[in-house]
Design a binder for this molecule. Structure first.
Ligand SMILES: Nc1ncnc2c1ncn2[C@@H]1O[C@H](COP(=O)(O)OP(=O)(O)OP(=O)(O)O)[C@@H](O)[C@H]1O
Ligand SMILES: [Mg+2]
Length: 244
């Protein structure tokens, strides 16, 4: 390459948008409900750049959780492609999907989804259960303690979920989602069960983790206040996506 060509290539690289982490092409998802076919996603085309914070809004039954399941490799589309990085989730077997979920994706579910009989620390450690990359018990304990410290719960390691406030339980859920250093954080209504002050606290925490870790974050929310804090807002209705 000549010097001019090198400069042009470098400039092109600097101005190019970040490469997409997700690319969805003509994604359709239908469920068979007894004799009725339910169309949950209908021809979705979507590209999400790495490092973006995206909010998904829309009416109940619009397909938001279904879309999140596709992004999270929890399920495959009925037709179309969902690529994460270079891999097409639609074409992968169960083992490969399990591996993607274990290494690349952190989930935060509505209603916290913590195991009630385990302490905060044990709940976070449970993220490593069945993990392919075998860490020692001490390493798992160390990383889980660090993750809880990062979300401000260093003093609550031995509390059961019932001994924590709603906001604290959601912090445990976020620590559990992030303890394995995923590239992507997917959250379904992360503030749905929280009051306004706690909602603010949890969004600030998610934003900090997003920035510090360079995560790609997708948040499903009914709450416009939450959605407005995202870089990009999508509306999902009757299985179809549009930008807001
Ligand atoms: N496992 C399933 N079997 C059959 N139908 C399903 C299944 N999961 C979802 N559906 C249907 O697919 C459509 C989309 O559902 P989805 O859960 O994605 O909506 P949503 O936008 O997340 O709604 P909400 O805001 O109430 O959580 C709905 O009509 C729903 O009834
Ligand atoms: Mg839902």
């Amino acid at each position: 390459m000549t010097e001019t060509e090198t400069t042009i290539a470098a400039e092109a690289e600097a101005s190019a948008p970040p490469s997409p982490i997700y690319r969805l092409t003509d994604v359709t998802k239908t469920y068979q409900q007894k004799k009725k076919k339910v169309v949950a996603l209908s021809g979705v085309n979507l590209s999400i750049p790495a490092g973006q914070l995206v909010a998904i809004q829309g009416p109940t039954g619009g397909g938001k959780s279904t879309l999140l399941q596709m992004l999270g490799a929890l399920d495959r589309p009925t037709s179309g492609e969902v690529t994460l990085g270079e891999r097409n989730i639609a074409a992968l077997g169960d083992h490969a999907l399990t591996d993607i979920r274990a290494t690349e994706i952190g989930f935060v579910f509505q209603g916290f989804n913590l195991i009630p009989t385990l302490t905060a620390l044990e709940n976070v450690e449970s993220a490593f259960a069945g993990s392919l990359a075998k860490l020692s018990k001490d390493e798992i304990r160390e990383r889980s303690t660090a993750a809880l410290t990062e979300v401000g719960l260093a003093e609550r390691l031995d509390h059961l979920p019932a001994e924590l406030s709603g906001g604290q339980q959601q912090r445990v859920a976020i620590a559990r989602a992030l303890v394995k250093n995923p590239r992507v954080l997917l959250a379904d209504e992360p503030t749905g069960a929280l009051d306004e002050a706690t909602r603010e606290e949890i969004m600030t925490l998610i934003e900090r983790q997003w920035k510090d870790r360079g995560l790609t974050v997708v948040i499903v929310t009914h709450d416009s206040w939450v959605a407005k804090r995202a870089e990009r807002r999508l509306h999902l209705k009757q299985g179809q996506v549009r930008e807001i």
